[in-house]
Design a protein. Structure first.
Ligand code: PSV
Ligand code: MN
Length: 388
């Protein structure tokens, strides 16, 4: 099957941002596993991220997490990325690791801790100015564990105040992207638990604030594609953090647990105009590869996103609209399922070959010798990982 020109254009434009932290060691609260060849610094993380793009043509940018990716010279890090054919993307703030944040960051009852958290974000914006990044992504670990522990409503006011100070420091070309999560690390309530709360803060902040939807951050059974449709409708879908989950925030390979859900999400992105260049939706991965190799794990992930995008683009929009208008329940469902069941792997392999990319990026990476080279040469030093 050859994709029609409109589908080709969308596939051509598709870019998926990879997270720098996917290349470091990771694990669960039980164990962080070390793997051979893991980067010792952000420069090596960028080199690994560049491999994903080199083999797939899909991942031209890498998101950083501060302070995990602190370096003395961010302009040099950006140059390093450019020299390897990629760019630095979203800057993720981190107010969940310091002891001071035990009771929260910008929602904390202590004004000195709130200021510390705001200052961290201002530092992140300084970094964005150096790297040329457009987006500051904020995920707050703030919340409480016990009813009565703190005043939930007062905490919302503090969050609004802190976000406003951060937002006001952004340059006119920069955006604040606010991520939500319904539980963890706090278990009674989170201060930004859902898309509605994130949306309410974004609207209050201004046009350059938008919601980040992490696919692992919802209660089981949540209709995520409905949220996608709604946020696109409201013009506030800023970005995705793609991953997949069986139980909680598993951070598994996107599309691995439920490819059909990924297809449904991509279908709503398409219907809502989210693939248009001016839609402002950043498609990012937020994953950890605890037991599998990291670079191939990332290659598999971007291919999964591409595959479900291609299938979603095959939905016969006219036929679907006609069936929906006619109230043809089974017909409409069949049109959608026809696209989902279409195997696009052969067509995508051809599409890659036509562009000078390997038809099978997974085996091309294995054959490239990069993995054995990093395992041989990255000796000594401190491997990157959670908290490092
Ligand atoms: C929180 O669970 C989260 O999804 C946020 O995006 C963080 O920045 C990221 O994970 C850290 O891995
Ligand atoms: Mn996330």
């Amino acid at each position: 099957m050859t994709f029609d020109p409109e589908v080709q254009t969308t596939l051509e434009r598709q870019s998926i941002e990879v997270p720098s932290w996917a290349y470091g060691n990771s694990g669960t609260r039980f164990k962080v596993f070390a793997q051979p060849g893991v980067p010792r610094d952000p420069f090596e993380k960028i080199a690994d991220a560049a491999q994903v793009h080199a083999h797939t043509g899909l991942a031209p940018s890498v998101a950083l997490h501060i302070p995990w990716d602190e370096v003395d010279d961010f302009a040099k890090l950006a140059e390093h990325a450019n020299s390897l054919g990629i760019e630095l993307g979203t800057i993720n703030s981190n107010t969940f690791q310091d002891d001071e944040y035990r009771l929260g960051s910008i929602a904390n009852a202590d004004p000195a801790i709130r200021q510390r958290a705001v200052d961290h974000h201002l530092r992140c914006i300084d970094i964005m100015d150096e790297t040329g990044s457009n987006d500051l992504k904020i995920w707050l670990a703030d919340g409480t564990n016990y009813p009565g522990q703190d005043d939930m409503r007062a905490r919302q006011e503090r969050v609004a105040e802190g976000l406003t100070e951060i937002y006001n420091r952004l340059g006119s070309h920069q955006r604040l992207v606010l991520e939500y999560k319904f539980f963890e690390p706090a278990f009674y309530h989170m201060d930004i638990p859902d898309w509605g709360t994130s949306y309410a803060h974004c609207v209050a902040l201004g046009d350059r604030a938008a919601v980040c939807l992490d696919t692992g951050h919802h209660a089981p059974g949540t209709n995520i594609e409905f949220i996608v449709a709604q946020l696109l409708r409201l013009g506030r879908l800023g970005s995705f953090d793609f991953n997949s989950r069986f139980y909680a925030d598993d951070d598994l390979i996107v599309g691995a647990a439920d490819p059909f859900q990924l297809f449904r999400i991509m279908h709503e992105v398409n219907v809502g105009g989210g693939f248009a260049p001016d839609a402002g939706v950043v498609f990012m991965l937020d994953q950890c590869h605890n037991v599998e190799q990291k670079i191939p794990g990332q290659i598999r992930s971007v291919l999964n996103v591409q595959e479900m995008t291609a299938r979603a683009l095959l939905v016969d929009a006219d036929a679907l609209a006609a069936a929906q208008r006619a109230g043809d329940v089974l017909g409409a469902n069949e049109i959608l399922m026809d696209a989902f069941y279409t195997d696009v792997r052969g067509s995508l392999a051809e599409w890659r070959e036509e562009r000078g990319l390997p038809s099978d990026p997974m085996s091309a990476y294995e054959a490239s010798g990069y993995q054995s080279e990093i395992e041989r040469t990255r000796q000594g030093g401190q491997q990157a990982g959670w908290g490092v």
